[in-house]
Design a protein around this ligand. Structure first.
Ligand code: NAD
Length: 483
């Protein structure tokens, strides 16, 4: 018999509730391959109940002074901080990521998101157009009931990143975390009442994309959806949402280039390229999965890079020394391994890694994949064009700026890039010509929460970030009078 030590609940109208169908499915700990909790398989009926609660809560929430909304968001962040270690352990267990990463990134960024948008609630304002003959101003007004749908790779970080601006702007929210990693969203729901939010303001529904996700996309009383996830899902959501002319923000996949010129600071570039490729087991939309190295330094950089990658410590995510944990699920592990097989079929050479890693003891059935480095592939092959979203990086030589820009731009994706050179003019020239929403110079994943975040091409539509997200979750009204 399977033992489940936790039953996750939906949070609707200020109460923990079972899914109306009574249906649940198992969630698995990726490091052990064992089921450990039950997740509500919510459906349209659960959504209808949550939408009614949110509609009822909306007028009072909209009219609540921004300072009070902000105070509740800050209080929620404080309550999470008081339990930070529980959240870190839970995120690591649910996702397979090392506790060190959950502690350094996921959980602190989650509370930073709440605080950033609490601040935005207070500071956000409309425009004034004062002319000789007219006086015009704008209001930024909330929509009513909005929805957020988030993925499994940075579960708590992206869950809070999406619903916080919606609440700050005065909307009531239906938030759907990934069914693969529901635990920290559930733990957050246990604190919502204590933070002071009125019932119905923030509702959390768990379940599968095809069921509750699709119901959200098609619901006539949810005019606005903010989605982060895969490009194929984004296209489906966009298509469904278009039928009702919903406003949609899409943060999608990436196939991001890391570009190393021969004058780059050696050690920093090596470390940066390694982190960009393998952070979170390569499961970050921003990961640099294509590493372009100038031909004059190709062999030497490649040799040093492999040495560095081979020092990455794979292990039990609970171990504080572990640097590389499990991939998120069996399905995902198999997908990543199938791409390594494809790379070999396409003529690539695996320089290090390439296999599932079987650990001893508690983690013997876990979904671990070795950090994998491959070269010998053209930039046009499938391995170099499709998002693998795992610990796999390909190396490619280039000789000129023009050549590397052409290769870097040769995918359907356009999320992020990093460029490593000590020549600032070159770094700026390349950044200008790359078809990516974000370009980092001599660093990777430098995030200012105020700055716009989002992709070109099939990496998404719209921008997030402190002010852009507040704009997304409000509609602008222009009011004018003669002077
Ligand atoms: P996914 O698209 O499978 O799922 C994301 C969310 O969408 C989940 O909550 C899922 O339940 C839901 N969903 C699935 N099908 C749906 C449907 N038909 N209608 C409505 N909702 C549906 O993505 P994933 O596998 O969870 O996450 C990995 C992907 O997310 C990668 O492609 C990665 O690049 C991308 N991602 C992008 C960003 C970004 O900011 N651009 C950030 C993180 C992850």
């Amino acid at each position: 018999m399977t033992l489940h030590n936790k039953k996750i609940m939906n949070f609707v109208n200020g109460e923990m509730v079972e899914p109306l169908s009574g249906q649940y499915f198992e969630t698995i700990e990726p490091a052990t391959g064992q089921p450990y909790a039950l997740v509500p398989d919510s459906n349209k009926d659960d959504l209808d109940r949550a939408v009614i609660a949110a509609q009822n809560a909306f007028p009072a929430w909209r009219d609540t002074p921004a300072e009070e909304r902000a105070a509740m968001m800050n209080k929620l962040a404080d309550l999470i901080d008081e339990r930070q270690d529980n959240f870190i352990q839970a995120e690591s267990k649910d996702n397979g990521k090392p506790v060190s990463l959950a502690g350094a990134l996921d959980i602190p960024r989650g509370t930073a998101n709440l605080r950033t948008f609490a601040d935005a609630a207070i500071q956000f304002k409309g425009d004034v157009f004062e002319k000789d003959t007219s006086y015009t101003y704008t209001l930024r007004q909330p929509f009513g009931v909005v929805a957020t749908i988030s993925p499994w790779n940075l579960p708590f970080l992206l869950f809070t990143w999406k619903f916080s601006p919606a609440l700050a702007a005065g909307n009531c929210v239906i938030a759907k975390p990934s069914e693969v990693t529901p635990m920290t969203a559930y733990m957050l729901s246990e604190l919502i009442n204590e933070a002071g939010f009125p019932p119905g303001v923030l509702n959390i529904l768990h379940g599968k994309g095809a069921n509750i996700g699709s119901a959200i996309t098609n619901h006539p009383d949810i005019p606005t959806i903010s989605f982060t996830g895969g490009t194929a899902t984004g296209i489906e959501i966009y298509t469904n949402a278009a039928k009702q002319l919903k406003k949609v923000s899409l943060e999608l996949g990436g196939k991001n280039p890391t570009i190393i010129f021969d004058d780059a600071e050696w050690d920093k570039a090596l470390e940066g390229a390694k982190t960009a490729a393998f952070a979170n087991q390569g499961q970050v939309c921003l990961c640099g999965s294509r590493l372009f190295i100038q031909d004059t330094i190709y062999d030497r950089f490649k040799a040093d890079f492999i040495k560095k990658v081979e020092t990455i410590k794979i292990g039990d995510p609970k171990d504080t020394n572990t640097q590389h944990g499990a991939t998120v699920s069996k399905d995902h592990m198999e997908k990543v391994l199938s791409y390594i097989a494809l790379a070999k079929e396409e003529g690539g050479t695996v320089l290090t890694g390439g296999n599932r890693r079987i650990l001893e003891g508690r983690c013997k059935d876990g979904y671990f994949i070795e950090p994998t480095v491959i070269d010998g592939l053209p930039h046009t092959c499938r391995t170099n064009r499709e998002e693998i979203f795992g610990p796999v990086v390909t190396l490619m030589p280039f000789s000129t700026e023009d050549e590397v820009i052409e290769m870097a731009n040769s995918t359907d994706y356009g999320l992020a890039a990093s460029v490593w050179t000590q020549d600032q003019n070159r770094a700026d020239r390349v950044a200008t010509r790359l078809e990516n929403g974000m370009v980092w110079q001599n660093c990777w994943n430098l995030r200012d929460l105020e700055a716009p975040f989002g992709g070109f091409k099939k990496s998404g539509i719209g921008r997030e970030g402190k002010w852009r997200a507040m704009q997304f979750f409000t509609q602008e009204k222009t009011i004018g009078r003669p002077r």
